[in-house]
Ligand binder design. Structure first.
Ligand code: HEC
Ligand code: HEC
Length: 280
């Protein structure tokens, strides 16, 4: 997290060093590419502890609860044993784990997998269907609106036009073909303690394969995505401790295990562009 703050501060610092940013921006039309280059936000999300009390913060608070206790607050729409926060770590506040901070300035956005422009609510529903093996919430659902409100609230310090530099998961690249057999050994040594020798989860950690895990059409089912997530965040509390090869091997092992299918997969990437590690 510190790393991001420093980069952000540096960007802001340089911006102030420019001869006269205010006057040179005046003759730029609003929303020009120039603005995008100039505005880069610092990762300074508000803490969920400061969600306004009472009625004012009610929707935001519900959104937070859904993200952290999805099993409890959105049970009807979930088909596995995961909560959003199991991947979007720290309730979406972790800049190394697909953070929610800043997302509301990026959507609506064109998504090649669906070949259409999606609202933030629709993108949330994709994770309900694919990562949670569940069902999409109706567009007018107060729960769906609550998650959107929570993400908007988290994004309050991110100006429109920001690139949201911390978006997603910091990516690593494989140095060789990932090896699931070596990954099995990594799992036994560094992961099974919390996730269970059978990968089905324990009191300490959620399942990583099997009927209660994410579907084959989830982002995490792609080896490059899982490897990057594992590298930065696993074992939980010891991020950046496994080597890149270990992260890729164990990701390949996990993602070669059985998990729920996704019937809608046939409609994905209708115009092409499917990533090479999509497992279907
Ligand atoms: C100290 C316990 C612990 C260890 C060891 C550990 N994890 Fe996790 N893992 C967790 C917890 C807890 C979560 C959920 C995080 C949360 O909700 O904050 C998690 C989440 C995950 C997730 C995303 C959620 C899911 O269940 O699919 C994956 C994938 C994952 N871990 C893989 C691994 C891999 C691979 C290793 C070994 C390199 C590993 N973990 C080691 C505790 C652990
Ligand atoms: C098994 C892990 C997992 C779970 C559980 C999960 N997600 Fe995701 N989610 C991901 C991954 C991976 C991405 C893609 C990140 C990337 O592109 O780098 C993602 C992307 C997203 C995005 C878009 C992020 C962006 O940068 O545009 C939103 C919004 C989102 N998820 C919301 C949710 C919500 C809400 C839940 C709970 C209902 C949830 N997710 C559950 C793994 C998960």
């Amino acid at each position: 997290m510190k790393q991001f703050v420093c980069v952000g501060l540096l960007v802001v610092g340089l911006w102030w060093l420019l001869p006269s940013p205010a006057s040179s921006q005046n003759d730029q039309p609003a929303g020009s590419p120039r603005d995008n280059a100039a505005i880069d936000a610092v990762f300074t999300p508000p803490s969920p502890e400061t969600i306004p009390a009472g009625l004012a913060g009610e929707r935001i608070r519900l959104g937070y609860e859904i993200v952290v206790h999805t099993q409890q607050y959105a049970k009807r729409y979930v088909g596995n044993k995961l909560n959003c926060t199991n991947c979007h770590l720290d309730a979406g506040l972790n800049p190394n784990a697909a953070s929610f901070v800043g997302l509301s300035v990026l959507y609506p956005e064109y998504r090649p997998r669906a070949d259409r422009t999606m609202s933030l609510a629709e993108r949330i529903n994709e994770c309900f269907e694919r990562s949670m093996n569940g069902k999409a919430l109706p567009p007018d659902s107060s729960k769906l609106q609550a998650v959107v409100a929570y993400i908007e609230w988290l994004s309050q310090n991110v100006p429109r036009g920001s690139q949201v530099a911390w978006r997603g998961i910091p990516r690593i690249n494989p140095s060789r073909q990932p090896d699931p057999a070596q990954g099995k050994a990594v799992f036994a040594k560094k992961c099974s303690f919390c996730h269970g020798t059978d990968g089905q989860g324990t009191m300490a950690a959620p399942p990583v394969w099997g009927p209660n895990s994410y579907t084959i059409a989830a982002g995490m089912a792609r080896v490059s995505v899982a490897a990057s997530f594992i590298k930065a965040n696993m074992p939980r509390g010891w991020g950046w401790s496994v080597s890149d090869d270990e992260a890729f091997d164990v990701a390949a092992y996990i993602d070669s295990q059985p998990r729920p299918d996704f019937p809608g997969k046939a409609h994905d990437w209708p115009k092409g562009g499917k990533p090479p590690d999509a497992p279907y």
